[in-house]
Design a binder for this molecule. Structure first.
Ligand code: GLY
Length: 382
């Protein structure tokens, strides 16, 4: 438990100052470049991307820097990086448009409620929803039509939003059906989650659980579980369907039970003696997801526990083993992240989404520490 909240807030402000330096350096030395993960701490390298899901996280960090500082230089950069991805609003080849547009154009719209910005958010949500498969009742992953990922739970929020704003009941029902399908087939009775579900595309029958980024098909890839805690929480915020809150809390209970006291999980809890024992991006996502859960749970004791746990994670991530503040020449913000272990991509590195969710949860923490008087709007409104 954090005893000295003033000192804790000072550490968060120092982390924001550091993040500002890192981001300013990145966008001025490598303008219009969209990095995904570092290699030995450097953003620019020729490493494989696997898929294109990260292009919103740099713009998203710039919006968070604007929210934190109020400095229009950050707003102008954030607008530039948001505009650079606008054409992706019609990209139906990936399942990730929520990652791209919730972090950028949705934040932009909250700062400037103008129609042309709103239209982009709606278009992205509608495109994401258009991937829905009636047979099986799910949104497929980019890998193939037979595959669905736990990660997609982070992309249903923008579909619910587009459906609500356009009174599109079919779009809304499809998003809700995807959440129920994911809950049934990708989340297990013990609150752990599978990375991928495979369906029969002819009949829609669910066939098996598999993984790409986890240790085994039947284990729980940590970041996938954090996508579930966050994503089901968001699904509850939109729908008020208690099944989604229950699922988010079951996944949160698994995370709490299996993660060391400092709050940072390995890439997968089932991996024996991992060479790199920490996946900091999962921890940053978890911290933000736990703060969201603290707001939406109906149990006041659990709400306190979730908030304290999120602060414990932040306390750890603000330490010099994770925050790159004392690591000269490291270009990311948070170290010890992991993208794709089995492919050898971004292993023990900084990752764009880790830095994004870290700033999001830092902002939310400041909002809470200030008695909710300052720094509102860390998480986009539903
Ligand atoms: N593709 C989403 C992730 O790596 O978490």
């Amino acid at each position: 438990m954090i005893q000295d909240t003033a000192a804790f807030a000072d550490r968060i402000h120092a982390a924001f100052d550091f993040a500002g330096q890192q981001l300013r350096h990145l966008i001025t030395t490598q303008p219009d470049f969209f990095p995904m993960y570092t290699r030995e701490g450097k953003w620019k390298h020729g490493g494989e991307a696997w898929t294109n899901w990260c292009e919103g996280f740099l713009g998203g960090q710039l919006w968070l820097m604007f929210t934190y500082t109020g400095d229009v230089w950050w707003r102008d950069q954030a607008m530039r990086y948001s505009r650079l991805i606008e054409d992706r609003k019609l990209d139906n080849t990936v399942h990730d448009l929520g990652f791209l547009f919730w972090s950028t154009w949705k934040r932009w719209h909250e700062h400037a409620p103008e129609d042309f910005i709103h239209d982009v958010v709606i278009a992205a949500g509608s495109t994401a929803g258009s991937r829905f498969r009636e047979k099986g009742g799910y949104l497929p992953s980019f890998v193939s039509q037979e595959s669905s990922f736990i990660d997609i739970m982070m992309n249903v929020g923008i579909i619910f939003y587009a459906a609500r704003q356009t009174d599109n009941c079919e779009l809304w029902d499809n998003a809700a059906t995807h959440c129920l399908t994911t809950r049934r087939y990708l989340v297990r009775g013990d609150g752990s989650s599978a990375h991928e579900g495979i369906f029969d595309t002819e009949t829609g029958e669910f066939l098996r659980q598999t993984t790409h980024q986890g240790w085994r098909d039947d284990s729980s890839w940590a970041r996938g579980l954090t996508w579930a805690i966050y994503g089901f929480g968001t699904a509850f915020r939109f729908t008020e369907d208690s099944r989604f809150l229950q699922t988010a809390e079951a996944c949160a209970a698994f995370y709490l039970e299996h993660t060391p006291a400092h709050g940072v999980p390995p890439n997968d809890w089932a991996e024996p003696n991992p060479t790199h024992p920490h996946e900091s991006s999962a921890a940053a996502i978890a911290a933000s997801a736990f703060l969201q859960l603290a707001e939406i749970t109906s149990d006041s004791l659990r709400a306190i526990r979730y908030q304290q746990y999120a602060f414990t994670i932040l306390d750890t991530l603000l330490g010099s083993g994770f925050l790159a503040i004392d690591t000269p020449h490291w270009e990311g913000i948070l170290m010890q992240g992991m993208y794709h272990q089995s492919k050898g991509l971004g292993v023990n590195e900084s990752v764009m989404w880790g830095d994004y969710f870290f700033l999001e949860v830092l902002l939310d923490a400041l909002h809470i520490l200030s008695g909710r008087q300052a720094y509102g709007g860390a998480r986009p409104a539903c």
